[in-house]
Design a protein around this ligand. Structure first.
Ligand code: PGA
Length: 260
């Protein structure tokens, strides 16, 4: 299965900084192994206002794909400040994050919101990266499995979503323990494998062995150039979703190198 290295810039890097990032990537491109054959898929999620700058820069960098950090579930309408999956697609995005813990916990997005957004992302022909993960008190309370299953069930119980996956629509999951995001605390490779197995098992329940086999599960939460190799070597880990360490070309590319 292909490997994925995704970078979520969150609210960092406006258009000018985005251009600078890719200029530096381009100068390193020729000497960098991530750009050669067998390379991982590199996906960057800039803020929506930087999508155009990133799209233009990526024309010269075919190993990169573009994603959007968040979309509204509707196609258009009176939703001040929001953007739709269709608009993101028109702006060049091919992937969309849904259910990121910051969306869930800072902006109050519910499981039902994630379900509607996943469906909207598929409707627009984008590939969702569906984020799930437990908070520290849930982990300590022995509720890891319960939380992951609840988050997955909320989305996969939507027949349209499950049918699209069953008929080959690309779908990715990212396991991101909330306590590991932006904290410098990383899950161990064994923690990641355990959670990924729970996720994989539930995906099989919903879309069958064959459907689930096609779903890469990424790990996210304080991934750095130092710990990326160990995490990527863990069974069931098909890639990483990187926040802080994706902001600098050198650290992002060094994680990409670890995914070869
Ligand atoms: P982090 O963020 O790598 O800075 O912990 C990960 C994420 O939010 O996807």
């Amino acid at each position: 299965m292909k490997r994925y290295v995704a970078g979520n810039w969150k609210m960092n890097h406006g258009p000018a900084e985005t251009e600078r990032f890719f200029r530096e990537v381009a100068t390193r491109a020729s000497e960098e192994t991530p750009f050669r054959e067998g390379a991982p898929v590199l996906i960057l999620f800039p803020p929506a206002l930087s999508l155009a700058a990133a799209r233009d820069a990526m024309r010269e960098l075919p190993s990169f794909a573009l994603g959007v950090q968040s979309v509204h579930a509707e196609k258009s309408g009176a939703y001040t400040g929001e953007i739709s999956a269709e608009m993101a697609s028109e702006a060049g995005a091919r992937y969309a994050l849904v259910g990121h813990s910051e969306r869930r916990h800072l902006f109050g997005e519910t499981d039902d919101d994630t379900r509607r957004k996943i469906s909207a992302v598929q409707r627009a022909g984008l590939t969702p990266i569906f984020c799930v993960g437990e908070r520290i008190e849930e982990r300590k309370g022995g509720r890891l499995e319960e939380v992951l299953l609840r988050q997955i069930d909320a989305v996969l119980a939507d027949e349209t979503v499950a049918e699209r996956i069953g008929s080959g629509s690309q779908f990715l999951v990212a396991y991101e323990p909330v306590w590991a995001i932006g904290t410098g605390e990383t899950a161990t490779p064994a923690d990641a494998t355990e959670a990924h197995r729970i996720i994989r098992g539930r995906l099989v329940d919903w879309v069958g062995e064959k459907g689930a086999r096609g779903i890469p599960i990424l790990y996210g939460g304080s991934v750095t150039p130092e710990n990326a190799s160990d995490l990527l070597a863990a069974p069931e880990v098909a890639g990483v979703l990187v926040g802080g360490a994706s902001l600098r070309p050198d650290s992002f590319l060094s994680i990409a190198r670890a995914a070869r």
